[in-house]
Design a protein around this ligand. Sequence first.
Ligand SMILES: Cc1cn([C@H]2C[C@H](O)[C@@H](COP(=O)(O)OP(=O)(O)OP(=O)(O)O)O2)c(=O)[nH]c1=O
Length: 200
Amino acid sequence: MESRFQPVILASQSPRRKELLARIFSDFQVCPAHADESLTPGFTPKQNVACLAQRKAQAVAQHSDCQALIIASDTIVVCDDVILGKPENEADAVRMLRALSGRTHQVMTAVCVKTPERELTQVSVTDVTFRTLRDGEAEAYTATGEPMDKAGAYGIQGMGGLFVTGIDGDYYGVMGLPICMLHEMLWQVGCDAGTEKQKG
Ligand SMILES: Cc1cn([C@H]2C[C@H](O)[C@@H](COP(=O)(O)OP(=O)(O)OP(=O)(O)O)O2)c(=O)[nH]c1=O
């Protein structure tokens, strides 16, 4: 069975998500979502990240072909119930990295899959443990620029991986797109993405 949804649209500007979605679909469109990314007071971190992914999917759906399959995602880092999004500036990045030093935090990535008939949202949660950072390490890492477009101010797939002593959960969820969970969700909405790449 082939996907009956055309086209497949990734509602994201993230190069990591594009790279990871290419493991499932060989052909898809990329359409960055312009959605309100403010948090909702009173929501848990899980509810907030789910809501952000839904907003991104809905924003792109408004301008899309009626048979489109839209995939949107949002990633947050949660440390002691405090949500860390992308750092606002270098000082903010250093502050986040120091908060994560020597501790275990959660990375939550929500995925929203939207078809003409259905909208399905799920959240992947992964525990990530950082070793204790030495004096000056947070500043030196921030100066590389790598933290600036990433939730929690680090990239596990880059030099940020040097801080990680272990993870419990989905590595790809930490990177921004949990491909195993997404693949299962695609089945649930009636898109047979198969185990081999197919045309979107
Ligand atoms: C924790 C962590 C986050 N990230 C990234 C994934 C996300 O791209 C980013 C969190 O920001 P998001 O707001 O989830 O996504 P984005 O702005 O990059 O892209 P878009 O909204 O258009 O989809 O942090 C990593 O790349 N590696 C990591 O280890």
